[in-house]
Ligand binder design. Structure first.
Ligand SMILES: Cc1cc2nc3c(=O)[nH]c(=O)nc-3n(C[C@H](O)[C@H](O)[C@H](O)COP(=O)(O)O)c2cc1C
Length: 202
């Protein structure tokens, strides 16, 4: 059974993105183990000269390294991903490189109709940077619009079409994880490149 990290892309206590990941955790319990990862207690990234990385970021990196893949659910703020999520990714690309070649599925929930399409596009670009170099599942988007109305009191997604779309994408992500494992040559090269990437030595 695959082990996935489900990263909550916000530092907000009330979050429909967290609800979406919690729904997936139970809905796919017979297919994969999903552990929720919070980003909310991380300090603001300040490129410390000491290269000292907060313990929480180190613990997060260790869990990501161990996992078969990462699912990130992002809100959309001002047509982009929240600063809190970018902050987490900055820590997770500073002398620790847990995302190197890691299969990642991007999704998002927002109150508006478009369901984070722009935030997801930005996040894809960030995760493709040489410091992170994740393996982002191509041609896939799961956008939950009107997310405040999307769940019932038990935390279930009420739109069956959305659930069917999510089922299909989740199945594809499991396949994508296996395909990525087979790209051994490419994996070695990517890992080498990303490990060697150090902005403090340019
Ligand atoms: C500062 C700010 C900017 C926002 N910008 C957008 C936006 O560009 N597009 C959008 O669909 N929703 C936008 N929203 C609404 C969010 O979708 C909503 O507040 C919420 O964060 C959705 O995620 P959550 O339930 O996980 O917090 C914005 C909200 C805030 C507070």
């Amino acid at each position: 059974m695959h082990k996935f990290i489900a990263m909550v892309g916000t530092n907000s206590d009330e979050s429909t993105n967290r609800k979406l990941l919690q729904f997936m955790q139970t809905h796919y319990a017979d297919q994969a183990e999903m552990e929720l990862m919070e980003i909310k207690d991380l300090p603001v990234f300040n490129k410390p000269e000491s290269l000292q990385i907060p313990e929480q970021a180190q613990a997060m990196a260790a869990k990501i390294e161990e996992a078969d893949g990462v699912i990130i659910s992002t809100p959309e703020y001002d047509h982009s991903a929240p600063a809190a999520l970018m902050n987490a990714l900055e820590w997770l690309s500073f002398h620790i490189k847990p995302f190197a070649d890691k299969p990642v599925m991007i999704m998002g929930a927002s109150y508006g109709a478009l369901g984070t399409s722009r935030a997801q596009a930005h996040l894809r670009q960030i995760l493709d940077s040489p410091e992170l170099k994740a393996r982002i599942m191509p041609s896939s988007e799961f956008m939950l619009g009107h997310s405040l109305q999307a769940f019932d009191d038990a935390g279930q997604l009420t739109d069956n079409q959305k659930v069917a779309q999510l089922d299909s994408l989740f199945g594809e992500f499991q396949m994508f994880v296996e395909i990525t494992k087979k790209l051994k040559n490419s994996h070695a090269a990517t890992y080498q490149d990303v490990r060697g990437m150090d902005w403090t030595k340019l």
